[in-house]
Design a protein around this ligand. Structure first.
Ligand code: GTP
Ligand code: MG
Length: 235
């Protein structure tokens, strides 16, 4: 991998209802932190992160546009969907409405993003459920500073099976995660990235026609965004 800062740059969007934890997932990915009281996103925020896909021996730069879930921003946020190669479609496992609304977010994404986009359905806040242990046992190790022994329990309103079934019907990847504990956050981005790279290899995405997929930059050319992670706001 010498001489190359990254092999691919992929545009991701993060979408879903207000307060489901989209920004928290991005902050967990880029800064390995969790904020108990983040400000609601006004318009969109941007975060960037380099990840490695070991089995491909590739470094991938994720450029993530974190969109506001508030309805009044919807026309602004839609304009950021254009050309995206990947999407995290987020709902809150303790909020059924946010799962129901995922259908309309998906419709929007499909209308405005790259038609070949990879979408992963992410059931967030799994730490709040009494059955969180099953997800805790999965991929990512928690880096949260907070003790989990006194966390408040909330009733799960969307079962894993139901969400998994809907994801399958819609051709989405699926994972349950927690921005708070960190469980499965990086894994969600990695799974979507693996799927996008498969599409690149099979010619579904290509550098010429797909604005959300860019090939490598030599290290000297990577002046502005060449940091392991970066986050900023706009709008
Ligand atoms: N327990 C728990 N709380 C979470 C988790 N993720 C986010 N939260 C909390 O949920 C609230 C909303 O989080 P945000 O990340 O701002 O949600 P958002 O989807 O970005 O909201 P908008 O920007 O308004 O669309 C905050 O109080 C977070 O601390 C999680 O995994 N577990
Ligand atoms: Mg937000």
């Amino acid at each position: 991998m010498a001489g190359v800062a990254w092999h691919y740059v992929l545009k991701f969007i993060i979408t879903g209802d207000a307060a489901v934890g989209k920004s928290s997932l991005l902050i967990r990915l880029t800064d390995q932190r969790f904020l108990a009281n983040p400000d609601p996103t006004l318009g969109v925020e941007f975060g960037s992160k380099l990840i490695t896909i070991p089995e491909e021996n590739k470094v991938v730069k994720l450029q993530c546009w974190d969109t506001a879930g508030t309805e009044s921003f919807r026309s602004i946020t839609r304009s950021y969907y254009r050309g995206a190669a990947g999407c995290l479609l987020v709902y809150d496992v303790t909020n059924r409405q946010s799962f129901v609304h995922a259908r309309s977010w998906l419709k929007d994404v499909r209308e405005h993003a790259d038609p070949h986009l990879t979408c992963i359905l992410v059931g967030n806040k799994v730490d709040l459920c009494s059955d969180a242990e099953s997800a805790d046992a999965e991929q990512t190790v928690s880096t949260s500073q907070e003790s989990t022994s006194h966390r408040p329990r909330r009733k799960r309103e969307v079962t894993t099976d139901e969400a998994e079934l809907w994801a399958k019907e819609e051709g989405l990847l699926f994972v349950e995660a927690s921005a708070k504990s960190g469980v499965n956050v990086e894994f969600a981005f990695e799974e979507a990235t693996r799927d996008i790279l498969r599409k690149v290899h099979s010619g579904v995405f290509d550098d010429e026609r797909s604005p959300g997929v860019k090939l490598s930059q030599p290290r000297n050319d990577s002046l502005t965004l060449d940091t392991a992670s970066q986050k900023s706001s706009c709008c």
